[in-house]
Ligand binder design. Structure first.
Ligand code: ZN
Ligand code: ZN
Length: 170
């Protein structure tokens, strides 16, 4: 995911990348990157290059509630700043230095982090996932068991834990 900046004309330039997921070197056991697509706008000026990238990733992961694997789409964007003169940029910005001789900038930088921050804290196959029966372990999305006439709302489980007793049956 490199952009040759020498030949780039000034102003906004658009790029699209189908990233080879192996290049991202993601080694998280909890999910698998299936496809990563990046659309970048490269704004080249005399002293700086500002790259805004929109990332769309398809990942395969395991639902925390029902333990089935499913695919999800993540979207995030990140900005990389390159400048030949740090003073030209805002002091708070994280600026990578380039010189007039810099041939390429590598946009892979920041991509892994961008995907990481867009991951949900809890993985759920759907908002309506019913999870597993806490008694027989069957997947309540696809099968019914005779254990529970009770609510499987996880908030009840928390209450149940707090009270240290069975929740009231409805
Ligand atoms: Zn699920
Ligand atoms: Zn059950």
């Amino acid at each position: 995911m490199k952009v040759g900046i020498q030949s780039l004309k000034g102003g906004l330039n658009a790029f699209t990348f189908d990233v080879d997921v192996a290049d991202i070197e993601f080694d998280d056991e909890n999910f698998e990157l299936v496809q990563v697509n990046v659309r970048s706008k490269v704004d080249k000026n005399e002293q700086s290059v500002v790259v805004t990238s929109d990332v769309t990733s398809i990942i395969k992961l395991t639902c925390d509630a029902c333990l089935e694997s499913f695919s999800g789409t993540l979207e995030d964007s990140y900005v990389l700043l390159y400048a030949s003169d740090k003073d030209a940029m805002e002091p708070d910005d994280e600026v990578r230095l380039i010189s007039s001789g810099t041939q390429f900038i590598d946009l892979t930088e920041g991509l892994r982090e961008s995907i990481l921050v867009s991951l949900p804290i809890r993985f759920k196959c759907s908002d309506n996932c019913k999870g597993l029966c806490d008694q027989c372990g069957c997947n309540l999305n696809t099968s019914q068991c005779s254990c529970g006439k009770e609510s499987t709302d996880p908030r009840w489980d928390q209450l149940k834990g707090l009270l240290g007793q069975d929740r009231p049956s409805s």
